[in-house]
Design a protein around this ligand. Structure first.
Ligand code: THU
Length: 128
């Protein structure tokens, strides 16, 4: 299941700009209407400006008009840039919080080793 979405994440991962960490990440975000938005990490010489793949995918979706509740799953593929990413790449805490802003606890986080519900990865998320 979600083989194609993982493939989309692996493809966009090739565009990662990871000059400093040499850790390339690709994300493919599936919406309930079937649309897929992709993102890769984009690093900067000013390190705190580095952008995560997952948040770039959400940014593209939101810019295209997608809203809270429109999202079904996100596939994430990450690892050292010169290697095929086989080990699971779990999303960082900041990306989990961004997912929680737009998705429910049943949102599916698809990694190379299986699928995790967001509620399991970020219980008791912050909300106003
Ligand atoms: N990175 C992501 O793209 N997503 C995550 O969830 C964690 C980390 C990126 C940021 C940085 O460019 C590189 O991986 C190493 O931290």
């Amino acid at each position: 299941m979600y083989e194609e979405l993982l493939q989309n994440a692996a493809e966009v991962r090739r565009n990662a700009c990871c000059l400093y960490s040499h850790f390339a990440v690709g994300a493919a975000l599936l919406c309930n209407d079937g649309t897929v938005y992709t993102g890769c990490n984009v690093e900067n010489a000013a390190y705190p400006l580095c952008l995560c793949a997952e948040r770039n995918a959400f940014g593209s979706a939101v810019a295209d008009g997608k809203k809270k509740g429109d999202f079904k799953a996100i596939a994430i593929v990450g690892g050292n840039e010169n290697e095929t990413a086989a080990s699971p790449c779990f999303p960082c805490g900041a990306c989990r919080q961004v997912m929680a802003q737009f998705c429910g606890e049943d949102f599916e986080v698809v990694l190379t080793d299986g699928t995790y519900p967001l509620g399991e990865l970020l219980p008791y998320s912050f909300s106003l």
